[in-house]
Design a protein around this ligand. Structure first.
Ligand SMILES: C[S@@+](CC[C@H](N)C(=O)[O-])C[C@H]1O[C@@H](n2cnc3c(N)ncnc32)[C@H](O)[C@@H]1O
Length: 354
């Protein structure tokens, strides 16, 4: 499947000028590539994200999908506020440029480990963690952190993070579908999460909603659909490398749920973004956050708001929550004092085989 946003956004959402989705979901299975092809598609994803520059505040505000980006941030914030607790140890898989660091800070977490395959993104994440972006100088984050550049769907993360584990919460935002190119990678992603979470620990995430995407495809005459802010086309062309900037895969949710159970991860919640918004907007604390973020305007007449086309894109995504089976330990890990650092340099970033 080829998804082509109509602008060059920097959010975690529609991000590539030209994207390909392998329709693994169409046949109810995984994309079927060989090992080396797999590594090269992971490399292309990494290069794609590494090459994306940080937008200035002005460029961001002028984006035609600015409200969609704000909506995505609201959804991630709600998930974090619902499931993170003060002092929690966080594993942020595919953390990107650290766009969620502030959200974790607000949740008063105790320790943060971010992993991403894209070297450029992990370095940007370090800069943001140090409170030193060109756009703003913010106060330091209150939790120590560690950053790792790795393919989280290939590497045995538990072997590298045994001193940091167990984690109370793991997050994988807008990125788990990259693991669904082969069964081995989808399994490694879940094995990593399961091995690193404590019993009762939580796995939160967001990814494309295969049900909606396939439903939209069935309703369409041809093999493509879209609107003014995105475009998706299905077909075999994703095998033609020159047509591909950034391959992605559709995750059939029922298979994801079954596979997750094999790794002791039980489904707690899954909601399409539309349903998620309708439900959590009812809660005063989250509607107030939405007002502050301004995704749906701030209530003033002259305030712009999410367009119908952006709302249609939101329908293509879902949020999920899984829980690691077992009784939570009666006592929390003593402290985070010996873990991570409060200021990171490039030498502190661990590179695991990428
Ligand atoms: C759409 S961005 C989301 C970034 C961040 N989670 C957020 O919500 O802002 C997708 C991220 O997934 C990362 N990614 C893709 N495949 C990965 C892999 N195999 N291992 C680690 N990171 C990966 C990309 O480098 C990119 O930073």
């Amino acid at each position: 499947m080829n998804k082509r946003p109509r602008d060059e956004p920097s959010s975690s959402f529609a991000s590539a000028p030209k994207r390909q989705y392998g329709a693994g979901g169409g046949g109810g299975g995984y994309g079927g590539h060989g090992y080396s092809e797999e590594r090269s598609s992971a490399r292309r994803v990494a290069d794609h994200y590494s090459a994306r520059s940080n937008q200035t505040l002005e460029e961001r505000e002028n984006s035609p999908i600015i409200h969609l980006k704000k909506l995505n941030n609201w959804i991630k914030s709600v998930l974090i506020q619902l499931y993170a607790h003060p002092g929690d140890c966080v594993l942020d898989l595919a953390c990107g440029k650290g766009g969620d660091l502030i959200k974790w800070d607000k949740a008063k977490v105790g320790y943060y480990v971010g992993v991403d395959i894209a070297e450029g993104s992990i370095k940007d994440c370090m800069t943001r963690y140090n409170g030193d972006t060109d756009q703003q100088r913010r106060k330091k984050f209150s939790f120590p952190a560690r950053l790792i550049c790795a393919d989280c769907y290939e590497a045995r993360l538990d072997e590298h993070l045994y001193e940091d584990a167990p984690f109370d919460i793991c997050s994988c935002q807008f990125a788990l579908h990259y693991s669904w190119s082969t069964e081995a990678r989808a399994r490694q992603a879940l094995a990593n999460v399961s091995a690193l979470l404590r019993p009762g620990g939580i796995f939160i995430g967001t990814m494309p909603d295969a049900n909606v995407i396939i439903k939209r495809l069935r309703e369409t005459d041809g093999m493509e659909f879209g609107n003014s802010v995105y475009w998706i086309s299905f077909g075999e062309e994703y095998a033609e490398k020159d047509a591909v900037d950034c391959p992605e895969w559709v995750v059939p949710f029922h298979l994801f749920k079954l596979l997750a159970e094999e790794y002791d991860l039980e489904l707690v919640l899954t909601k399409n973004f539309h349903e998620f918004v309708h439900e959590y907007l009812q809660k005063p604390e989250f509607s107030e956050l939405m007002r502050r973020l301004g995704a749906l305007g701030d209530g003033r007449q002259d305030q712009s708001t999410l367009s119908q086309d952006e709302w249609e894109v939101a329908y293509l995504y879902l949020a999920f929550v899984l829980r690691k089976r077992g009784q939570p330990p009666s006592q929390r890990r003593a402290n985070n004092a010996n873990r991570g650092k409060m200021f990171l340099t490039e030498n502190d970033i661990d590179f695991l085989g990428v």
